[in-house]
Design a protein around this ligand. Structure first.
Ligand code: NDP
Length: 480
């Protein structure tokens, strides 16, 4: 039974309360470890350590910051298999996904921002012949980074890497549901020689640890990824203190499939974009709109492919869908499937819990579920389910599908499938969404702006956006 520790001021330490929470293995539905049940006093200790380390870290040369962060990236790569195993066990995701996506992306995040700072420049504005301005950029101070459970190390490092690269020190909180790889990362940071207090990781509940980070007066900048309701609460806490906020929140992403698409490509990718990571990626498409002339053909081929997906033990190489993250989440998703039926939906495949054999009989497995026959504006089609559940709807006209796609409170990502260039541009432009993929899904270039509109969030991550977020700009005007 593994008991993990907080990482504060360079040390692995127990929570002040001495209390621990259970860490559950979702593939078996049983406890396999313990997590610090930290509170505001641990956040206080972490913030003090970060505040003390800030003057030194922010003055450390870019080259040295880059060298240390690259060393962490190398250590992640060197421990790739160990981290992938840990991520798969903690989250329930298939091992092949953790190996291929989660862990490589964690080291890529460090590498990307560690090298970006070596190429950063600043602006200069000449007002007239005798007046110039330059933009001075500096680290802000202690950054609070709060991340969710669906892509644990991937999203955790997506925040802390730019924060640290820009010269801030960090107090971070991974999701209490999936804390393991963040803990393993703290061991790697010690091995890499990251100076004490530069990164601090406090484990525990959102309502205690996350809340203490949001309200701490010495944490002026907060980067959060998670649900919209939590984002609202953090914004309400942070706004009166005028904290700088980046909020990456929920989604209800549309897939728009026009009749002129490359049918096979659209089909195969839509299966992926629906059920990768058990549908628990904020970028998964959960509403599939198909142009009427190909609706039935696409639907039948889609359902056929979905029926072939294997729900299984995460450590099995053949598994397509592992366990969903927790019992509570499994029940939430099942409640939405019931709601869909009450709203008149017809379940074409799935719709049920899957019971595996032996040690895994109590695990949280769900069959990939496809539902049709629902109105675009019913609750099932408007609320985020965040599980292996998609709905299918036919459409007749471009304006109609744009209206339906834009009808939710969310606006994170969308996919558009068409071979007609003008239509692709038109629809991409009309979609109220932070990201649009045309004839592809989840192709990520880390330089591009990442984030949502409407209730999917505020601000952009990625590339210079992330480094600018963690930086304060000052204009210096000089009369010559
Ligand atoms: P939550 O909002 O429940 O939690 C996210 C993080 O916030 C967790 O670490 C959580 O801790 C913490 N937290 C909870 N309450 C508070 C609080 N009052 N103050 C500060 N922190 C708090 O999201 P989930 O972990 O359930 O993740 C799923 C959600 O994340 C989905 O809505 C999904 O769409 C969204 N998401 C968005 C992404 C994007 O880029 N836009 C990417 C990935 C996911 P604890 O776990 O202990 O409760």
């Amino acid at each position: 039974m593994k008991r993990i520790s907080n990482y504060i001021d360079g040390q692995l330490v127990a929570p002040n309360s001495g209390k621990y929470l259970d860490n559950i293995d979702p593939s078996r539905g049983e406890k396999y470890g313990e997590i610090p049940d930290s509170d505001a006093s641990d956040v206080q200790a972490a913030t003090l350590a970060a505040k003390t380390a800030f003057p030194m870290w922010s003055k450390t040369s870019r080259e040295e910051r880059s060298r240390l962060l690259l060393k962490i990236a190398d250590l992640i790569d060197a421990n790739h298999e160990m981290l992938a195993q840990a991520e798969s066990k903690d989250n329930g995701k298939p091992i092949k996904l953790a190996r291929k996506v989660d862990i490589p992306r964690a080291s890529a995040n460090f590498r990307f921002f560690a090298t970006a700072i070596l190429h950063e420049s600043s602006e200069f504005h000449r007002t007239d012949i005798s007046t110039i301005n330059y933009t001075d950029k500096s680290a802000i101070g202690v950054a609070g980074c709060i991340s969710p459970w669906n892509l644990p190390l991937y999203l955790f490092t997506w925040k802390i890497a730019p924060a640290l690269a820009a010269g801030n020190t960090v107090v971070a909180k991974p999701s209490e549901i999936t804390p393991m790889t963040a803990f393993l990362l703290s061991e790697l940071c010690i091995e890499a020689g990251l100076p004490k207090g530069v990164l601090n990781i406090v484990h525990g509940l959102g309502q205690k640890v996350g809340q203490a980070i949001s309200e701490h007066p010495d944490i002026p900048v907060i980067s959060f990824t998670g649900g919209t309701a939590t984002g609202k609460q953090i914004a309400a806490t942070a706004a009166p203190m005028f904290k700088k906020l980046s909020l990456e929140l929920g989604g209800k992403n549309p897939n728009i499939i026009f009749a002129d698409c490359d049918f096979e490509e659209a089909l195969n990718t839509t299966v992926q974009s629906s059920f990768a990571n058990q549908g628990q990626i904020c970028l998964c498409g959960s509403r599939i709109f198909v142009e009427r002339p190909i609706y039935e053909r696409f639907r039948d081929a889609f359902v056929q492919k979905v029926k072939q997906l294997k729900v299984g033990v995460p450590s099995d190489e053949e598994t397509n869908l592992g366990a969903v993250v927790s019992e509570g989440h499994m029940k939430k998703v099942l409640t939405y499937i019931d709601l869909a039926k009450q709203e008149g939906g017809k379940v074409l495949t799935g719709g049920n819990q899957v019971r595996l054999q032996g040690d895994y009989a109590q695990g949280y497995y769900l069959a990939p579920t496809v539902i049709e026959g629902l109105d675009f504006n019913c609750r099932t089609n408007q609320e985020e389910i965040f599980g292996p559940v998609v709905t299918m709807m036919p459409f007749d006209a471009e304006e109609e599908v744009i209206m339906m796609a834009n009808s939710t409170q969310y606006g994170l990502a969308a996919t558009v499938w068409t071979q007609e260039l003008n239509k692709a541009h038109r629809v991409a432009s009309a979609l109220k969404s932070g990201i649009v993929w045309v004839n592809c899904w989840l192709l990520r270039d880390l330089r591009t702006p990442f984030g949502g509109v409407k209730n999917s969030g505020v601000g952009r991550e990625g590339g210079w956006d992330a480094l600018n977020f963690f930086t304060e700009k000052k204009n210096v005007c000089i009369k010559l």
